[in-house]
Design a protein around this ligand. Structure first.
Ligand code: BDR
Ligand code: CA
Length: 304
């Protein structure tokens, strides 16, 4: 089993990604860390615990950064609802899964004590991962790779050109992208094609408890109207980990714009090699959307 740490901000599409990762027999989810992102740190942590209770999974959770490194927090409750996971009546969670230590310390401990190298799966802003690398650079030796959801080779989803997870903490993203570790970027190029339609949602409704829960979340995601498809952004990172042949990738140099008045938080993906830099990221530029959907549904069928 592949040992992984998921850093997340649930978030409706985070909830789907977590369901798949937690029930997949090839993965060993060692730790889940939370980060301020779609909604506040308190809310995303509560949501993570609510999901674990629902899934009946005892995975340790550690609370991470409550604000980005430098910029002011942005909020995506217009998309995910006031709680960050509106639409389903969850049971009260089991707080005992919440560790006392900060996410960064919990990650450090888990990574350094693991016999096998750990894969990091960040599906929220990169604040915790950046702090981890600054505080404990030695962890890099025991990280296999980082497969993240974030960025775009083209346009954005939170500003004209920026994607939410990178825009929400650009300085942290800069630290992570320049870490020297192998990075896979599953950004908007693939996320915007990883679509679930109302008819799929109807299938989920009857599938199993998890499908039913997700069906209810989808009814609130973006206000519930998704005839043109709901984007399963965060599941793309999990999909890459488990089935990389769903994706077309390009190895290239990626940097983060920190100074642009109109382009702060943009991933500068140097597809044509203007910057004459060595490649530091494997960028997912395309996805087989039909096969992805099959994969998604098959994996959700494995859930409770
Ligand atoms: C990313 O932003 C969040 O709203 C989603 O959960 C996803 O991680 C997409 O840009
Ligand atoms: Ca997310």
């Amino acid at each position: 089993k592949k040992p992984i740490i998921i850093d997340t901000d649930p978030g409706i599409d985070d909830a789907v990604a977590l369901a798949i990762a937690l029930f997949n027999e090839e993965l060993d989810v060692r730790l889940i860390t939370t980060v301020n992102g779609n909604v506040s740190l308190e809310k995303v942590t509560y949501n993570t615990l609510r999901l674990l209770k629902f899934f009946n999974k005892e995975i340790p959770v550690a609370k991470g950064a409550s604000t980005p490194l430098i910029v002011d927090p942005v909020d995506a409750s217009d998309i995910h609802g006031e709680t960050g996971m509106d639409g389903y009546n969850f049971e009260e969670p089991d707080e005992s899964l919440l560790l006392d230590e900060h996410a960064v310390n919990a990650m450090h401990k888990e990574i350094m004590s693991s016999e096998e190298k750990i894969t990091l799966l960040p599906i929220g802003p990169l604040t915790n991962i950046a702090l981890l690398f600054k505080l404990y650079p030695e962890v890099k030796e025991n990280i296999a790779e980082i497969i993240l959801m974030g960025g775009s080779t083209g346009r954005g989803n939170v500003s004209v050109m920026a994607e939410f997870n990178i825009y929400a903490d650009p300085e942290a993203a800069k630290i992570v992208f320049s870490s020297g570790l192998p990075i896979v970027m599953a950004g908007l190029d693939v996320g915007m094609k990883a679509l679930v339609y109302p008819e799929d949602s109807e299938v989920l409704r009857e599938m199993n408890d998890t499908g039913n829960m997700i069906y209810h979340l989808f009814k609130k995601y973006r206000g519930g109207s998704f005839n043109s498809g709901l984007k399963m952004y965060d599941s793309c990172a999990v999909a890459y980990l488990l089935k990389p042949d769903l994706f077309t990738t390009v190895d290239t140099y990626v940097d983060i714009e920190l100074n642009g008045d109109l382009t702060k938080g943009v991933t500068i993906v140097d597809l044509k090699g203007y910057m004459k830099q060595e490649s530091n990221v494997k960028v997912c530029v395309d996805i087989n959307a039909t096969e992805f959907k099959k994969w998604l549904m098959e994996n959700l069928r494995k859930c409770k």
